[in-house]
Design a protein around this ligand. Sequence first.
Ligand code: HSE
Length: 309
Amino acid sequence: MNTIKVFAPATVANVVCGYDILGFAIDEPGDEIILSKNNSHQIAITKIEGDGGKLPKNPDKNVVSHVIRLFLKKINSDQGIDIELYKKMPLNSGMGSSAASSVAALVAINELMGAPFSRQELLPLAMEGERIACGNAHADNVAPALLGGLVLVRSYEPLDALRLPYPKDLSVVCVHPYVDVPTGEARKIIKERISLKSAVQQWGNIAGLVAGCCTNDLGLVGRSLEDVIIEPVRAMLIPYFYEMKQFALDSGAIGFGISGSGPSVFALCGNMEIAEVISQKIKELLSQKNIESESFVTKINEDGARVIS
Ligand code: HSE
């Protein structure tokens, strides 16, 4: 095999209460990558589309070439690779754009080189892509993009990421308002210390969310989608966050929150019809406030990254 094309999905990290430890993949949007072997022993980015010219083509600076280099180093290979990256999702949106690119790259290079690693084994390499992208090797975007479904990062040291069951009926709406919230900045504003009272409330919600997902109890899922630590701080970076939340909950969402570090927001819904209505209403609200946005109504992605051809 000399050429391969892979898709990797966008992801919703944190899932409201699980900062850095919970995330799920969604069916769309996502990124596509084409890798081809070359004889030059060099890694070259030959094409990037859909990024508005914002991503570096210099292989020393791009997350995709970075993780491919780490992979090849790990298997002691000097294989040359040409990279074509097709960004099919918004950059800096809070929907795991860098994670989708890193994961697509790693799944592709792994297949191209005879699949020496499992998806779990690719996870630490994908996390290194996040370190380049935002300064922190968090796993709650890359793990679901690699493994699919809803993923819990139970521990970082040692790394222990596992898939959880989730209610298959869930529909997801993600709305991306066109405002700038870089992940690195959105991480810096979070308080280093929290009160025991807040911690108790938060871990109650995380346990409730996991239990609700495992038992298909949407009421419990909804009650648990509450964040008393991160959301109150980050909400101020997202214009009309609380208005959007109220709209979504009044329209029947099970829960609503910031997707990853924002500015995208998401709602979990019991069916596609409710998700469509919420998508429309939030877009209208933002448009009335002169904020452009795009939205995605989708499902949780079961399989994670996949080989297209
Ligand atoms: N857990 C990360 C954060 C996700 O909230 O900063 C970034 O998409």
